[in-house]
Design a protein around this ligand. Structure first.
Ligand code: SF4
Ligand code: SF4
Length: 456
């Protein structure tokens, strides 16, 4: 190193691992990064969509008027690519009907009336010895918890623990990057649920037969790294690594590249290269739930943004309507002010009655001022500046893809220009000086191709 260089630069950070392309949006994590997780009160009614995960909707086990205990299974998995659901509170089943959710305006849902005077103690639990369980027993037990990817994708965790034939996993990556602006759920979980996170990591390693695990986080969370390092097992099988803060560092492919220099091939799985990637919050829930045979009934949610007076990180019962959360926090706006998830990949909601589901880690509340920035303004013609190409982390050509999408040449986009490698990070839209909603074009294009494939 050149003598004295370290005094001019933070050299450790400078040489820290990263991936090529990507963007640096304003982080805006200051609203909640220092706010410890608090428990939110129960809403009078919880809305539990039967489809709040990737795969087949779960099937109800309950009938109208049935009393249920907090933690009791209320819907079963409909096959391997599905998960069960558990009552997030003690109460009575009031309705099973179509309700608005973040997945769409009408999703079949169980509506649970919460008993207000109940202690809401979880009575539906049974201790078990995880060390005595075989990998196969762990996979079944993980499905029984109803656990899915809590980072947003809501992909059933037990399916990730069952790699395709011929694939084996040597390294588990625990993803604590949380690169979306505003969100601090994973950051607080790493600080406050450290023991559960380490135990969950060990359970995942055992289920997959993996020898190593890396908990990866961005270098804007050094306190989380310190907290985790203090709890690592002495055998060296689990390590904590920092990567450079950049969006979308939290994507699976970016994590594999930054931490290990490994490329997950186009159309391949992490297990194609011996890896499995899990979210930090999912892993901590696993460590907390599995040893007690319990199911997912709550999650940590960051409720934040300039439109809310008491931003924070809250443990919220699954099924809590957003209206209840925001009423408690003194919000007086409407659904148009909300984004579920972060500003880059989150979605808008059709109604304040939409509930918190397993995959929802954030509610971003904007004011009129920010809304004007979010509202799609007129798009101008492409000026071929190349900024979208320079930022796409998948090294696609969003400019060309956008022009094909405009002409509805969706199949050509997939066949000749790797549309399916686009994971809708939104970097291209973010940098486009013409305001072209590229990522929306790509979502529509992919949805159209999926519909065509289904119909054929
Ligand atoms: S949204 Fe798709 S095309 Fe655009 S930058 Fe992200 S991966 Fe690339
Ligand atoms: S960033 Fe926008 S204007 Fe520039 S090349 Fe891409 S699509 Fe065209």
């Amino acid at each position: 190193m050149i003598n004295g260089l370290h005094r001019l630069f933070d050299t450790d950070r400078w040489f820290r691992r990263t991936f090529s392309h990507g963007i640096h949006p304003t982080e805006n994590k200051h609203f909640t990064a220092d706010k410890p997780i608090q428990r939110f009160p129960f809403a009078p009614e919880l809305v539990l969509p039967l489809s709040q995960h990737a795969g087949a909707p779960s099937e109800p086990l309950v009938h109208l008027g049935q009393e249920v205990l907090r933690g009791e299974p209320i819907a079963k998995a409909a096959g391997f690519m599905s998960v069960p659901q558990h009552a997030p509170a003690t109460g009575v089943i009031k309705k099973i009907e179509l309700m608005p959710t973040s997945k769409g305006p009408r999703t079949l849902s169980i509506i649970l009336e919460v008993y207000p005077g109940d202690s809401q103690e979880v009575r539906y639990a049974q201790e078990r010895d995880v060390d005595a369980m075989s990998p196969q027993e762990i996979v079944q037990a993980v499905q029984d918890t109803g656990l899915v990817g809590l980072g947003g994708a809501a992909f059933p965790t037990h399916v990730k623990l069952s790699p395709p034939k011929g694939h084996s996993v040597h390294t588990v990556i625990i993803n604590g990057c949380e690169c979306e602006p505003f969100l601090t759920t994973d950051h607080r979980v790493m600080l406050e649920q450290t023991d559960d996170l380490i135990l969950g990591t060990r359970i995942l390693m055992k289920a997959l037969g993996a020898k190593n695990a890396i908990i990866g986080t961005e270098d804007n969370k050094p306190d989380a790294v310190e907290a985790l390092k203090a709890k690592l097992p002495e055998d060296g099988s689990i390590s904590v690594e920092m990567v450079r803060t950049k969006y979308p560092q939290g994507a699976e492919k970016m994590m594999a590249k930054s931490l290990l220099g490994v490329e997950i091939p186009s159309g391949g799985y992490p297990s194609s290269v011996g890896l499995a990637v899990f979210n930090v919050s999912s892993t901590a829930q696993l460590g907390s739930l599995l040893p007690q045979s319990r199911g997912v009934i709550e999650r940590v949610v960051t409720i934040t943004g300039p439109g809310v007076s008491k931003p924070g990180n809250y443990t919220v019962a699954i099924g809590t309507p957003i209206r209840f959360l925001l009423d408690e926090l003194g919000f007086r706006g409407n659904a148009q002010h909300l984004i579920l998830g972060g500003p880059m990949m989150g979605g808008t909601v059709s109604s304040l009655d939409v509930p918190i589901t397993k995959g929802c880690g954030g509610v971003l509340v904007l004011t009129e001022k920010e809304m004007q920035g979010q509202t799609a303004s007129a798009a101008y013609p492409c000026i071929n500046c190349g900024k979208c190409v320079e930022t796409c982390p998948m090294h696609l050509n969003p400019c060309h893809l956008g022009k094909l999408a405009y002409k509805h040449r969706y199949e050509e986009m997939a066949d000749a220009f790797q549309l399916n490698d686009c994971f809708e990070c939104g970097c291209c839209s973010y940098v486009c000086p013409s305001g072209i909603p590229l990522v929306q074009y790509f979502r529509i294009s992919k949805a159209s191709n999926r519909e065509k494939a289904k119909a054929s």
